[in-house]
Structure formats: C-alpha cells, structure tokens
Design a protein. Structure first.
Length: 154
C-alpha cells in the first residue's frame, strides 16, 4: 500500500508544480479513476500536510528556488541503479518527497541490498519503507543503517 501512496505523492506534487494550484484545488477524482482508493489518497495527503506542516510553501515553491544541483552517484552506486531508477530518485528529490538525508538512506539501503540495476518499483519499495517508518521507532537520523564515524551502540 505504501508504494501506491508514493505514487499519489508524485502525482499531487507534479500537479502543484505544473498548474501552480494549491493542494486543496487538485482534482483527486483523477486518482480515483486511476484505481487509487479514498483511503490511499487521504493517507498521502495527510502525510504531505504533516511533513510540510512547518514549511507548507515548499510544496508550492516556484522552480527558481530549486536546489542548484543533485547528488552525483559514485561509480559503484551507479552500478546499483538502472537509469530509470536513478531518474526516479531525482524526481523524488526534486519534488521534495525525499530530503537529502532520506535520499542518502535510499542509496545506502540499495547498496546494502546486494542487488544490481534496481528498477523504479524496487526503489519505490525502499523509499516507502523509509518514508512510512514510524517516527517513534527511531531518532532524528531517520533509520540510518550504518553507523557514522563517531556513533556508538548503547
């Protein structure tokens, strides 16, 4: 179910960007016609509002304010992602669905997965696991798998 919510988030944020409409004015009937349930749509919108609560204007920002660059993948990382999957990651970052830190977590989990040439659906699964993990279950590092240089296990 979480993968469908990520798809809905992409749809909604693309609509906000291209039509310059507030989220409340988007036609959600189009999503229902595509087969998404009311529950999935509501969950996606709730997540979006909760995530952007302190900074709602980020979802509706103009393209002029986009970050000037995107993280370059190391050759070993490029081996893990198909071109489509890498493009999917760029799209998620540009739409602010993933923060820089969450993007690093996706790359880290993909690297540790042992797979080669991951596809967008496989990346979507990793993304949804990061985005929808309960906040209570981990600290502000958002579920980081590997320890940093100064981290300790308690």
């Amino acid at each position: 179910m979480h993968e469908k919510i990520v798809e809905i988030l992409i749809f909604v944020l693309n609509e906000v960007r291209k039509s310059n409409k507030p989220i409340g004015e988007i036609d959600f009937k189009a999503l229902e016609r595509k087969g998404y349930t009311q529950s999935e749509i509501s969950t996606a919108i709730s997540w979006l509002y909760e995530r952007l609560k302190p900074e709602r204007e980020i979802a509706e920002r103009k393209p002029d304010f986009r970050p000037p660059s995107f993280r370059i993948l190391h050759p070993a990382e490029r081996f893990i992602f198909s071109q489509e999957a890498h493009g999917y990651l760029i799209q998620l970052r540009e739409l602010n669905i993933l923060s820089d830190h969450e993007l690093e977590l996706v790359i880290e989990r993909a690297m540790l997965s042992g797979y080669e040439q991951l596809t967008p659906p496989e990346i979507q699964s990793i993304v949804s696991s990061i985005l929808f993990t309960s906040v209570e279950s981990f600290d502000q590092r958002r579920g980081q798998i590997m320890l940093g240089g100064n981290d300790t296990i308690q």
